[in-house]
Design a binder for this molecule. Structure first.
Ligand code: SF4
Length: 122
């Protein structure tokens, strides 16, 4: 089976054709560099995404603290990750880049803040 993809590793956006046998990529064509082949293999055999969202806060100057995973996570884990995010409430001030949850979902990625959130000034 041939699957058509567009490489998103750089702005060139090569059109890729991945030849798939038994859920494995056996050949990639259309890529102008090796990153395209790596992208096609990853996208078909183990697609991953950086999760970008926000978590609730209490007592901070942002009602929701923007957050993301520090590395891509398997697409198959995105729903579980979104459900886990709903249960998080940040109560301590954070700087951008601070870890909110280390080893988020137990898969070796950290959930980090992407914006500073300070204590509410009274
Ligand atoms: S294959 Fe290489 S040149 Fe083409 S879009 Fe991907 S990274 Fe860019």
């Amino acid at each position: 089976m041939i699957k058509q993809l567009t490489c998103i590793e750089c702005p060139v956006g090569c059109s890729l054709a991945a030849d798939i046998e038994n859920c494995r990529v056996v050949k990639v064509s259309g890529n102008k560099c090796p990153r395209g082949e790596a992208y096609a293999v990853s996208e078909i055999e183990n697609p991953v995404r950086v999760l970008t969202s926000a978590v609730l806060s209490r007592g901070l100057d942002l009602k929701m603290v923007p957050a993301r995973t520090d590395k891509p996570i398997p697409k198959a884990k995105l729903y579980e990750a979104m459900e886990a995010l709903k249960k998080i409430c940040v109560t301590q001030p954070l700087a951008a880049g601070d870890v909110i949850v280390p080893d988020f979902l137990g898969i070796g990625v950290d959930l980090i803040a992407t914006r500073e959130a300070g204590q509410v000034k009274i």
